[in-house]
Design a protein around this ligand. Structure first.
Ligand code: GLN
Length: 452
């Protein structure tokens, strides 16, 4: 049924980069065979899932939305991929994304933009926009994403679904094509909070293949989603998020939802996190710096594309031609920015300074979580914007992640849950719930209360 749905709506939505019915059916038959042999087929046996094309997959190509990886077939499964299979999930295909997960609209994909199922002239968010659109368009009940600065929570908000960024290190980066290694976090998308929690538990947890993986039990997010009770919980509204520049319809739904939580017995207070206003510039130094280093591996020798290798050119010339042809404009912008920020003479002024700001943000969270159990804000300042509107204005594009970035810099947990439609355009609005490191269950608890 899902393959039929994909065939019917993909011409309009373009959520997938790769779907191969036979590979999917083979997986489904393997789950059946495990069942028939009396083996445990996994907690989510037979449930279809769309998988972001930034995780390596043995049986499907992996492009990260880039021309430089066109046709690349990885020799191994990412840990997240392997755990999806072990849970019995059936992978429908690989979803579209901004190239190397750099963007907030999926317009930076080398394979064309994905469209928002709510309004095909608008973006589905990004970078995990293929994954959010696939779930919102009923092409899949579940999908995977990665969140480096908001790439799960922001697309979830603008497509009216649930998206969770786990605590950094709570989900494995092994086999996830790296953007900014100190920020990248795999997480789930679903149409309701419980489904997201089930997927979260299925692929999270310690992994010896990822040196930053946390060796601690996965927070009981399924149990928290079941409870969904906020009586007595202390909720802090982030003072710095929600003033000028926010769409009135987003603010209206946000304030109503806060009132709802209060009526359910939560204690709501305003909390100031002054350093959050400097998170965006700090992120746009740290993330490109790490990207410039991570993307050095695309050297025309090891993977995918190779341009100009006709026997007359040096390795360096082939590398330059390949990178010039294989990377899109946003990726090049970040490599240049990151290389500059890390260069001798500028390192302390830019990268070093941004790292200090990062510490201040983590301290703001620490202080806030001494006062309250969770923090809330709108997930995004606006609803889904029209395709093309911000494509030529990187600064406007970067603002989409204003509210989500502090959580990435501090490494704690955040979820986006739908909280209604904006009056002016009828498009979905998301509530962001942020919790301390390894407090992922609190995000699900509040989100489940909002959903009820
Ligand atoms: N939009 C942000 C960026 O472009 C975040 C992307 C992400 O979380 N992968 O970097």
């Amino acid at each position: 049924a899902h393959l039929d749905r994909i065939a019917a709506v993909e011409p309009q939505v373009n959520a997938f980069l790769h779907v191969e019915a036979e590979t999917t059916l083979e997986q489904a038959r393997a789950v059946d065979a495990r069942l028939a042999a009396g083996e445990n087929p996994g907690p989510l046996a037979g449930v279809p899932i769309a998988h972001k094309d930034v995780f390596t997959t043995l049986d499907m190509p992996t492009t990260a939305g880039s021309k430089i990886l066109e046709g690349y077939r990885p020799p191994y499964d990412a840990t997240v991929t392997r755990r999806l299979r072990e849970a019995g999930l059936v992978i429908l295909g690989k979803t579209n994304l901004d190239e190397f997960a750099m963007g907030s609209s999926t317009e930076n994909s080398a394979y064309g933009p994905t469209r928002n199922p709510w309004d095909l002239s608008r973006v589905p968010g990004g970078s995990s926009g293929g994954s959010s659109a696939a779930v919102a368009a009923y092409e899949a009940p579940l999908s995977t994403g990665t969140d480096t600065g908001g790439s799960i929570r922001q697309p979830a908000a603008v497509t009216g679904i649930v998206g969770m960024k786990p605590t950094y290190g709570g989900s494995s980066r092994y086999g996830l094509i790296a953007f900014a290694s100190s920020l990248d976090t795999p997480g789930p998308f679903a149409r309701n909070v419980m489904d997201a929690a089930l997927l979260h538990e299925a692929f999270s947890g310690h992994d010896v293949m990822d040196s930053t993986s946390i060796d601690a039990p996965v927070p009981s997010v399924v149990e928290a989603a079941r409870i969904g009770d906020v009586a007595g919980l202390r909720i802090g509204v982030v003072k710095e998020f929600g003033g000028d520049g926010y769409q009135p319809g987003v603010l209206a739904r946000f304030h109503e939802t806060v009132e709802l939580l209060e009526s359910l017995g939560a204690k709501v207070v305003e909390v100031s996190c002054p350093s959050f206003t400097t998170a965006l510039p700090a992120y746009y130094l740290i993330a490109p710096s790490e990207a410039s280093s991570n993307l050095a591996r695309f050297d025309a020798m090891r993977y995918g594309l190779r341009v100009g290798d006709d026997g007359t050119r040096s390795a360096e010339e082939v590398m330059a031609l390949t990178r010039a042809a294989g990377f899109g404009p946003e990726v090049k912008r970040r490599i240049i920015l990151g290389t500059y920020a890390l260069s001798s003479g500028y390192y302390d002024a830019y990268y070093g300074q941004a790292q200090k700001v990062r510490t201040l943000i983590a301290r703001d969270f620490d202080a806030a979580f001494h006062q309250v159990d969770v923090l809330v804000s709108p997930t995004t300042p606006t609803t889904a914007f029209p395709i093309g509107e911000r494509a030529d204005d990187p600064m406007a594009m970067y603002l989409a992640d204003l509210c989500t970035i502090p959580t990435n810099l501090a490494g704690n947990a955040g979820i986006s849950v739908p909280c209604g439609l904006a009056d002016e355009d009828g498009l979905p609005v998301g509530l962001q719930v942020m919790a301390p490191v390894l407090g992922d269950d609190r995000c699900y608890r509040v989100a489940a209360a909002v959903e009820k």
